[in-house]
Design a protein around this ligand. Structure first.
Ligand code: EPU
Length: 425
């Protein structure tokens, strides 16, 4: 196993390129199950999760070739198999994205039931509700979701749940509905840019989806889909992570190749805590003079502040002036990083789904353990300003979602290296 060794770093400065969005490319890869034609996906990031999804696609009869420029070419070889096995699904929950496409195209799907994860239960009841509304018969057997349908039929449905809309649930039902007979209307659909990107990909294949990016999707089913070449949108979470890294060190960092319109709530927070934020069509620059100020953050479905940046921004607030309050409205238990940040001398108290962060001037480097992808990024950010050395262990989490994070940070002046970790189990 490997670890990242982070030293207190000078103010980061420079330009960092942002990769394609992990959470867009994963459902888009799954969507290629819906067509018999080849597809090319440009701008796919080189990540562990993408590699896992490629392996899963291959077990389902879709060959995925990775070209030198990083783009992925998919080609259907066989539609015989329709099982997503436990071994793959347990390593990546996003595997559930194949459920809707398999059901719609092959009439059957057997997908391992994804369990919870480091930040709590992750139910899929809304996925199943939507697919049942389209006429699927669904059973849970031996840890698998077993779904069947002759031909799905369009239906009107509401997909909101106790925590708002569901990103992957919307993706699953939308992918199933594009091949259903008749019209489907999804109310309470997720508005995340990654869902919009998936809808644009599907429409390029010949699907008829309207209302993309809004909570009301109207989908008119078609009989078959073709192929296309599609470039995935930039990763807004990766962009926000590098902006937070620049901010915490008092630096001057520009993220390039981003869509600033997808980061409005995040840029607002950066301004509130005292940063100067400027932007162009595809870049955002953040500079800091003086100490960070406190603020309150509430995570919400898009366009609200993303839960996937909550941990990284908590690391920022840990060294800001005054008291900040961070409330998690998507995953009430997504606070595993709090205890690790406390090992670095951060002063954070958790009260239910809220963390009260008392800013301190000095963090202290420590060995810390990454519990999930975004929590790992938060520990790296904290390590950049902590006195001494921070060792972030179990970084396979970080490689799931960040492409060459230590190289990108080093190019900005950070003192960070990847090392083998002989102590890891
Ligand atoms: N929910 C239900 N029932 C369902 C589905 C979800 O109650 O059937 C609840 C969840 O428990 C949660 C809320 O609804 O409280 C939102 O969950 P959602 O389904 O939107 O999450 P997801 O689709 O499983 C995606 C991202 C996550 C990101 C969330 C929220 C992918 C592959 N994953 O997960 O990304 O945190 O949306 O924005 O797109 C990450 O990249 O680090 C990551 C965890």
């Amino acid at each position: 196993m490997e670890k990242l060794v982070v030293e207190k770093s000078p103010p980061l400065s420079g330009v960092v390129p942002v990769s394609g969005a992990k959470n867009a490319v994963l459902p888009i890869l799954a969507a290629t199950l819906l067509t018999e034609e080849p597809c090319v996906i440009e701008g796919a990031p080189r990540l562990r999760d993408v590699a896992t999804m490629i392996r899963l696609m291959e077990t389902l009869g879709v060959m995925v070739e990775q070209r030198a420029d990083g783009s992925l070419e998919t080609r259907l070889l066989s539609e015989e198999r329709s099982t997503a096995a436990y071994e793959l699904v347990k390593t990546m929950r996003a595997s559930i994205n194949v459920l809707g496409p398999l059901l719609a195209k092959r009439g059957r799907a057997r997908v391992s039931f994804p369990g919870g994860c480091a930040f709590g239960p992750r139910p899929i009841d809304l996925h199943l509700k939507g697919l049942r509304a389209l006429g699927a018969e669904i059973d849970i057997r031996e840890g698998y979701i077993v779904a069947r349908a002759e031909r799905l039929r369009g239906a009107a449905m509401y997909l909101g749940g106790p925590f708002g809309s569901t990103v992957t649930g919307t993706a699953n039902v939308m992918m199933a509905a594009v091949l259903a007979e008749g019209r489907t209307v999804i109310e309470g659909a997720a508005c995340e840019p990654e869902i919009r990107d998936l809808a644009e990909f599907l429409n390029a294949l010949g699907a008829r989806i309207r209302g993309m990016g809004t909570p009301r999707l109207t989908i008119d089913g078609v009989d078959r889909l073709g192929g296309t070449t599609h470039r995935v949108i930039p990763d807004r979470i990766e962009a926000g992570t590098y902006l937070a890294a620049g901010a915490v060190t008092g630096g001057d960092v520009t993220v390039k190749g981003v869509a600033p319109g997808t980061l409005r709530s995040v840029l607002d927070v950066l301004r509130e805590i005292g940063l100067s934020v400027t932007e162009g069509e595809d870049w955002i620059r953040v500079r800091r003079a003086g100490r960070l100020r406190n603020t309150d953050i509430v995570t919400l479905p898009y366009p609200g502040f993303p839960t996937d940046l909550q941990a990284q921004f908590m690391a920022l607030l840990a060294v800001a002036e005054g008291v900040s309050v961070v409330t998690e409205k998507i995953y009430p238990d997504r606070f595993m990083h709090v205890a690790e940040l406390a090992r670095m001398r951060a002063r954070i108290r958790k009260e239910g789904a809220t963390a009260i962060v008392v800013g301190t001037r000095r963090l202290s480097g420590a060995p810390v353990m990454a519990s999930d992808l975004r929590a790992s990024a938060a520990l790296v950010i904290a390590g950049l300003v902590a006195e001494g050395t921070t060792e972030v262990k179990r970084i396979y989490h970080i490689d799931r979602g960040y492409e060459r994070i230590e190289e990108k940070l080093t190019a900005l002046g950070a003192r960070i290296v990847r090392r083998e970790d002989p102590e890891a189990p």
